[in-house]
Structure formats: structure tokens, C-alpha cells
Design a protein around this ligand. Structure first.
Ligand code: HAM
Length: 424
């Protein structure tokens, strides 16, 4: 029987890369939690309409990338391709808009699924950490969110992060603009790739996203939405830019940035990392003031957020040679120095672990040399050596694996002695 292949585009994470993954994940999440965002979780699947309505019928995600299936009860479910629509759905289900204390600030992390063509940095299963602030339209909140994502990426260790910012205005501003854009696209009707030609009547903005040959050149001269947004959206955008510039955040204004999801209004942004090639967006987000209504809520319930890609950030760190040194697997290794001491060694390791200290041992009868080698591979700082003579005398030997110094300690003091030796 052959071993089953892993699913294409769905990577496994094993040591030591899995530790880097966790470091990045924790840096993102901690940045959000320390800014007062609170953890939320939603299921990995939703009724398909949550994403179809939320993300938009004209997007690549909804048209060709969703993992959609029927469950045994005949419902159409979809594995979440992103978090925002699901989290807004959860907040609406819970009646959050009727709550007194708004905005609510949420943080989330999880696996997401898109049936994309796999390549470096583009997977079918990937991990995001995200934030969503719901129930306020204050530009200070936009600046907070944009800055928070930037800080989270820096905290994860990325040194060169570019932040591109745009405003897509309010939906009410879009009607006349869409007509203008479609009139412009009419001039190139025979050059448009089939997907743009098909989708531009659903949403001509998608044309800005197309990487088909010739399209970026056509779109470079297209009328820009930012030149046609309303006064309120414009004032909002200027305020967001002012706040960010005052904090020294390096901004690149990108009037062509539309992002791949249809729910965005006003502030939209993307973070890119150097050294990542084509898939260089490590995160992105924006405001989505009409999303709650798209999902069926009777009133406007604004929101803004971002999601950062953990997998891609790890790739960017690897590409830039910025992967942090692995943390020691354990601080202390318990070493069996002779026969018949397995139980004592197990007791010592258990005492250390119960006291919250990290410890490991290898009690399968291999030589002391082999055990010390394993201690070295674990980057352990201390070894607790246990031999038959020590057991008879109620003693243990504590060895500093850096300096090689060692001394006898009372068996009963092992926890206190190890703890004291590990203190800086
Ligand atoms: P997104 O730009 O589709 O936005 O995804 C955010 C990040 O997730 C990307 O910048 C990338 O790092 C990572 N990512 C996306 N797709 C893949 C993939 N196929 N393979 C590897 N990494 C990937 C959203 O998902 C929005 N929900 C963000 C948001 C939150 N907007 C408002 N709130």
C-alpha cells in the first residue's frame, strides 16, 4: 500500500519551522491582544451564502476558489476562505449592533481554505491572524488598525514592510464612477481577458486586480476611484493619512489598490514584504461599512480590520535570513548514568515538569554519551545526572552544559537547585 500524498497546497509544519510559525503567530496575536482586542472563534465552515454575499459574486474567491460541499442534511456549506464575513455574521447573530458598548474589538487566528493554484506563498490551506473592529466609523480607528498590522509584522521580525493605502470611498459614490470605468473599459473591449469582460458588469473594479497580459497597462490610465469619492470619504481618508504620518508610518499611496474582496469601502491597505516574489502581500485589510447589510442586517453596521498571513510571513523571514534562533527544546535534560536508575530519573523529570520547568529524558538504555548528545541537540542548559551511587546516597549531579562545571546536590532539592541555576 502506498503512503497517501499530502493534499496539494496544504503544507505540514514540523520542527524547527513549526516553532518559527508559532513565533510569528504569537507576535501577531499578542500585538492585537495588548491593544485591547479580544479573542473570538468561529467554525471552519459557514453556510455558503455568508461568503457568497459577503465577499461578493464577482471575486475570484467566490467564483472559483471556495471549498463548497453539501453536508448530509443537504445544506451547502463552505470552508472559510477568510474570516471577516464569518465574524461579522457571528456578531450579527449575537445582536452585537444593539449592544451599548461599541465598537467591539475582536482578534482571531485560524486556518483558511482557498482552491488556488499552489505556488510559493500561495497555498490552499493557510493560516491567518486577524482583527476586526465593529460598530464605529471613526478615522482614529482606521489609523489604529492600519498601524497595528504594521507593528505586528515588525514585531514578528520583518524589517522591510511596505504599506500601501487607498480609499475606495462610500458605496453611494460608486454608481457614477462605475459607469465611467465601464465606459473607459468599452474602449478596450476587444483586448479584455474573458474573466474581466464577464465580471465587469458585476463589478468593474475587479479589472484593477487582473494580472492578465496588457491589463496593468490598460488600467494604469483608467479613471481612479480616489478621484471620484465623496466629500465625507475624502475627509475621512485625509484624516487617516494625517494620523498615520504623525506616527511616522511610511505610507505609499496606491490609487490602483482595490484588493480581492468586494466588501471594502473607504480605507483599504496592504502590507508587502521584500524578497517574496509575486505573492508578496503578507497582510491586508480595510473598512467594510456595507458588509452587515449585504449579510441581511437591516441597518448599517460599520467595521474595519485586517488579516496577516502567517505562512507568508515565515517565508519572508526565511527569504531575508531573519529566522530567529530556535528556543531550547527543554532547559534541563535528565541523564541516566548507569543501570537501574530509570525510576529515579523518571521521578526527577516528573518533579521538574510538575514545578513548571521544562525537562526531558531518554530512558531507553542508550549510553550516557548518546544521552548527552541528545541534551545538546535539545539546546538544554543543564543536565541532572543520576547514577546508582547517587541514588544510594540520596544525591544527584547537576551539570552546567555550557561550562561543564558540575556539583552534587541533594535529591530533594532538585527543583530548587535547577530553578536557581536557570535564573539569569
Ligand atoms: P486577504 O488579502 O485575502 O484578506 O488575505 C490576507 C492575507 O492572508 C494575505 O495578505 C496573505 O498573507 C494571506 N493569504 C491569503 N491567501 C493566501 C494563500 N492562498 N496562501 C497563503 N497565504 C494567503 C482577507 O482575507 C481579509 N479577510 C482581510 C480583512 C480583515 N479585511 C478586513 N478585515
Amino acid at each position: 500500500m502506498d503512503l497517501p500524498d499530502p493534499v496539494k497546497g496544504a503544507p505540514d509544519w514540523l520542527p524547527p519551522e513549526a516553532a518559527t510559525f508559532d513565533t510569528v503567530h504569537d507576535a501577531f496575536l499578542r500585538t492585537a491582544l495588548e491593544a485591547g482586542y479580544q479573542r473570538v472563534r468561529t467554525p471552519v465552515f459557514e453556510h455558503t451564502e455568508v461568503f457568497a454575499r459577503g465577499i461578493g459574486e464577482s471575486t475570484d474567491i467566490v467564483q472559483k476558489e471556495m471549498y463548497t460541499f453539501q453536508d448530509r442534511g443537504g445544506r451547502s456549506l463552505t470552508l472559510r476562505p477568510e474570516g471577516t464575513a464569518a465574524i461579522v455574521r457571528a456578531a450579527l447573530t449575537a445582536g452585537v449592533p444593539r449592544q451599548a458598548a461599541l465598537p467591539v474589538k475582536y482578534a482571531y487566528a485560524g486556518d483558511f481554505y482557498r482552491y488556488e493554484r499552489p505556488q510559493s506563498g500561495r497555498q490552499r490551506a493557510f493560516h491567518q491572524v486577524g482583527v476586526e473592529a465593529l460598530g464605529a466609523q471613526d478615522p482614529v480607528l482606521d489609523a489604529e488598525i492600519v498601524l497595528l498590522g504594521y507593528e505586528a509584522l515588525r514585531r514578528a521580525g520583518l524589517q522591510e514592510v511596505t504599506l500601501r493605502l487607498n480609499s475606495l470611498g462610500d458605496r453611494e459614490d460608486r454608481g457614477p464612477y462605475r459607469e465611467r470605468l465601464n465606459a473607459y473599459l468599452d474602449r478596450f473591449a476587444d483586448q479584455l481577458p474573458p474573466d474581466v469582460a464577464e465580471r465587469r458588469h458585476l463589478n468593474p473594479l475587479r479589472a484593477f486586480d487582473s494580472k492578465a497580459p496588457g491589463m496593468p497597462e490598460i488600467m494604469a490610465n483608467a479613471p481612479r476611484l480616489i478621484d471620484h469619492i465623496g466629500e465625507a470619504a475624502k475627509a475621512h481618508h485625509e484624516q487617516v493619512c494625517r494620523l498615520l504620518e504623525a506616527e511616522g508610518v511610511p505610507l505609499t499611496h496606491d490609487p490602483l489598490l482595490v484588493r480581492g474582496l468586494d466588501y471594502y469601502t473607504r480605507t483599504t491597505f496592504e502590507y508587502t514584504a521584500a524578497d517574496l516574489g509575486a505573492q508578496n502581500a503578507v497582510g491586508g485589510g480595510g473598512r467594510y461599512d456595507g458588509l452587515a447589510e449585504d449579510l441581511g442586517w437591516p441597518e448599517r453596521f460599520p467595521g474595519i480590520g485586517w488579516a496577516l498571513g502567517v505562512d507568508r510571513t515565515v517565508l519572508a523571514l526565511q527569504g531575508a535570513g531573519l529566522v530567529p534562533e530556535p528556543a531550547p527544546r527543554v532547559d534541563t535534560f535528565v541523564v541516566l548514568a548507569g543501570e537501574g536508575v530509570g525510576q529515579e530519573a523518571f521521578a526527577a523529570a516528573t518533579a521538574l515538569r510538575r514545578a513548571g520547568l521544562s525537562a526531558d529524558l531518554l530512558a531507553d538504555g542508550r549510553s550516557m554519551r548518546a544521552q548527552l548528545k541528545a541534551a545538546d541537540r535539545a539546546h538544554a542548559r543543564l543536565a541532572v545526572l543520576i547514577g546508582p551511587r547517587e541514588v544510594a546516597e540520596g544525591q544527584l549531579t547537576l551539570r552546567d552544559l555550557g561550562s561543564g562545571e558540575q556539583r552534587s546536590i541533594a535529591r530533594a532539592d532538585v527543583v530548587a537547585e535547577v530553578r536557581a541555576s536557570l535564573e539569569p
